[in-house]
Design a protein. Sequence first.
Length: 193
Amino acid sequence: MPKIEAPTVAEHHAQRRAALLSAATELIAANGLDALTLAAVGSATGLARSSVYQYFDSTPALLAALVEDVMPRAAADLAAVIATAGTPSERVDAFVEAVLDTATDPLHRSLSALHNAPLPQGCQSRLAELHELQYAPLRAALVELGVAEPDVTLRLLVGLCAGAVHAVADGAAKRDVLARVLTLVHHGLQPAS
C-alpha cells in the first residue's frame, strides 16, 4: 500500500493533485504545450503514469484542471495590480503595463496556446469566462472614463495589448513598446460625446 504523506487521505490527494498541476505548469513553461503528457507529469512528480490517471483521465482533463488552477490566480493578480492605481485612466495604464509584464513570462506564452489546445468544449467556454474575469477591472475603468462603446473599446484595447506582447516577445524593448501603446491608448480613449 502506498505511503500517505499527509495527515489524512484527502489532504494527501490534494497535495498530489497540486504537485501534478505544479509539474504541468513547469513543463509547459519550460517546453511548451506540446511537452505536456500524463507520462511527463508523472515522471516530474515521481509517479507512474497509471497513478496520474487517478487524478486526471487524459491530457485534456489535465489542461482543463490547469486552466481552473492558473487563470483565476492570474485574474486576481491582475485585479490587485489595477486596484493600486487611482484614477480610471491610471487603472487602464496599469492594465496595459501588467499585460506587457507577461510578454517574457514563458508560462503565459505557453498558456496562451490553450486557445488552440484540444480542450473539452466546456473547458473552452470556461477559459472564455476566465478571460472575461481578467478584463472586468479594465472594463470598469473604461465605463468610468465614459468611453463610447466600452465593450468594443475593451476588445480593441485587448487586441492592442496582444500585439504589444508579441512585439516584446519578438525582441522589442518593453519600455519603448509600453510608451507607444500608452500614447495610442491615451489618444484613443475619449469620452462619449
